[in-house]
Design a protein around this ligand. Structure first.
Ligand SMILES: [Zn+2]
Ligand SMILES: [Zn+2]
Length: 286
């Protein structure tokens, strides 16, 4: 079942400024009634008050958020290759189209029909086809690209500001000034300390498979992974980090596997892998 989502303008803007996240959050459980492969349509409001299509996420995964998460319990992830962010500047208004769909939109100001839990609605397959048609020739948003996360994490682990700058520079239009400063100044200084804390806490084990390179090779070969990717707006915080073996780290990135806080498992699409030990996350969530 496809969904239609009203993306508040400030949240939409932040998403693009901090690195297109290709996921959306809501407090309404309807959010998880969408099926994998279905579309989650998002529209937003422009500065001059027009309603325009913002994105079509082709659903790849559905996860629960951490208990204290401010944007709601339910998260839907788009397939990065198949989902689309539309360019909103200069885009045509879709207000008449949205009012024409099968959902109720009585409020005079369209956004008021989408407040609170009503921000996400089930739509019919016919509605979906109408939106597809409306989106057919829309230009895509050039900023909705993801920085190469593995390289970004590696540069932070080395505390290497110039490599971080180089990566962000190559992706110039995608990252806000404020975010750049964070990635250049703060993150490279903090990261080695935070990963060191995890190495101590878990005695170097992979938090997923409990591999123990310190005993086996005498080397701390596990790596810090950012649960919410840095390239998608995540922060270099202790409770956004996990210690994982290089194999798991590679697999999480290549498969774009999100962590589901509902059962503390990584969702690899065809199977899930439970996190064996998550002491520092439990404390953060408590
Ligand atoms: Zn592992
Ligand atoms: Zn990682």
């Amino acid at each position: 079942m496809p969904l239609l989502y009203y993306w508040r303008r400030d949240n939409y803007r932040k998403d693009l400024d901090y690195g297109a996240s290709y996921h959306l959050n809501q407090g309404n459980p309807v959010m998880h009634e969408v099926e994998t492969g279905d579309s989650l349509w998002a529209f937003t409001r422009t500065a001059d008050g027009r309603y325009v299509l913002a994105a079509e996420l082709i659903v790849q995964a559905k996860t629960m958020n951490r208990p204290d998460f401010r944007y709601g319990d339910y998260r839907v992830w788009g397939d990065v290759d198949r989902s689309r962010y539309f360019r909103v500047e200069g885009a045509p208004s879709v207000e008449r189209i949205i009012r024409f769909l099968s959902i109720r939109t009585e409020a005079q100001v369209l956004g008021r029909s989408f407040q609170g839990h009503a921000a996400v609605r089930k739509i019919t397959d016919d509605d979906h086809r109408i939106l597809r048609e409306a989106a057919r020739d829309l230009p895509l948003e050039p900023r909705a690209r993801i920085l190469p996360e593995e390289k970004l994490e590696a540069a932070l682990i080395m505390g290497d500001r110039s490599s971080v700058e180089q990566l962000v520079h190559e992706e110039k239009p995608g990252v806000a000034e404020e975010r750049k400063q964070y990635l250049y100044e703060e993150a490279p200084q903090r990261n080695p300390n935070l990963v060191g804390r995890l190495q101590n806490l878990y005695e170097g084990h992979c938090q997923i498979c409990w591999w123990d390179p310190v005993s086996e090779y005498g080397e701390p070969l596990c790596e810090g992974h950012h649960i919410q990717w840095l390239s998608r707006g995540g922060d270099d915080d202790f409770d956004n980090l996990m210690l994982v073996c290089p194999n798991h780290h590679r697999a999480i990135h290549r498969c774009d596997a999100p962590l589901d806080w509902g059962d503390m498992a990584y969702d690899f699409g065809d199977h899930r892998e439970v996190v064996a030990m998550d002491r520092h996350l439990e404390e953060a969530g408590a």
